[in-house]
Design a protein around this ligand. Structure first.
Ligand code: UDP
Length: 231
């Protein structure tokens, strides 16, 4: 059966409502909130700071560490606190999605820590976390070549859609999730994962739709950064 209508009435290429705010955690060197629909991610950046133990230091560059977590109360069925294989994997892909835009070459022997906490989850949390983290890094004044904007695209039933919510991810006739991240300035892809099945042509279409959605997300991120430094 054809998938004709999204549960919340969105068009197939439409994201949920987006909101972003920079500078939300005063003690952090940089911080941001990114909300897409009911998914809310907070990010805090500390550093660059000297890295200990010293044997982990790199004499040629600073390093980036990422910690993604979902709060116990972020989902209806309480999530056990603490790291899981899933959170470790998301921390790793988040770091890899952000590293290409950073220039840590002037910060030898240091570390930049990014903590991402999802306070409300309704799918797309890794993408929301990446959007928040990119803004928090910019807020911390870390030299960056570009920002990173991220969204999940995928296939629900027979349709390619942008920004699946949890109801769509759980669609009983099958859903595929394809989280993406782009550097908006160059259009380079920094994250591409696939959970499910899609043909080559469908992936191409999903990439195009994701890129377009990321252009909209980038505008919101940019506005939030400007608002922080206005006045
Ligand atoms: N989820 C959950 N409990 C968990 C992990 C995930 O309820 O322990 C939900 C949550 O809404 C999350 C969604 O499942 O956003 C999809 O998780 P996935 O691993 O696909 O990553 P995400 O789409 O959040 O990046």
């Amino acid at each position: 059966m054809s998938y004709t209508k999204r549960p919340d009435g969105r068009k197939f290429d439409e994201t949920r409502e987006i909101e972003a705010k920079v500078g939300i955690i005063k003690r952090a060197d940089g911080s941001a909130m990114f909300r897409i629909g009911k998914t809310i991610a907070l990010a805090a950046v500390y550093g660059p700071k000297e890295l200990y133990p010293a044997f982990m230091q790199k004499s040629t560059t600073g390093i980036l560490r990422c910690y993604y977590d979902m709060m116990s109360f972020s989902v209806t069925e309480r999530k056990r606190p603490g790291p899981t294989r899933r959170s470790n994997e998301i921390s790793m892909v988040t770091r890899d999605a952000l590293l290409p835009v950073l220039d840590l070459s002037k910060f030898q022997n240091t570390v930049v820590d990014i903590f991402i906490n999802v306070i409300q989850a309704d799918a797309g949390t890794r993408c929301a976390g990446i959007c928040a983290a990119a803004m928090a890094l910019a807020d911390a004044g870390i030299p960056m070549k570009d920002l990173v904007s991220s969204v999940s695209v995928g296939k629900v039933g027979d349709k390619i859609v942008v920004d699946l919510d949890k109801t769509e991810e759980d669609y009983e006739e099958g859903a595929t999730d394809l989280p993406l991240a782009f550097m908006p300035g160059t259009g380079k892809v920094t994250l591409l994962q696939l959970d499910g099945n899609m043909s080559k042509d469908e992936i191409k279409k999903a990439l195009e739709m994701g890129k377009k959605a990321c252009e909209g997300i980038y505008k919101v991120q940019k506005e939030a950064l400007k608002a922080r430094y206005k006045k």
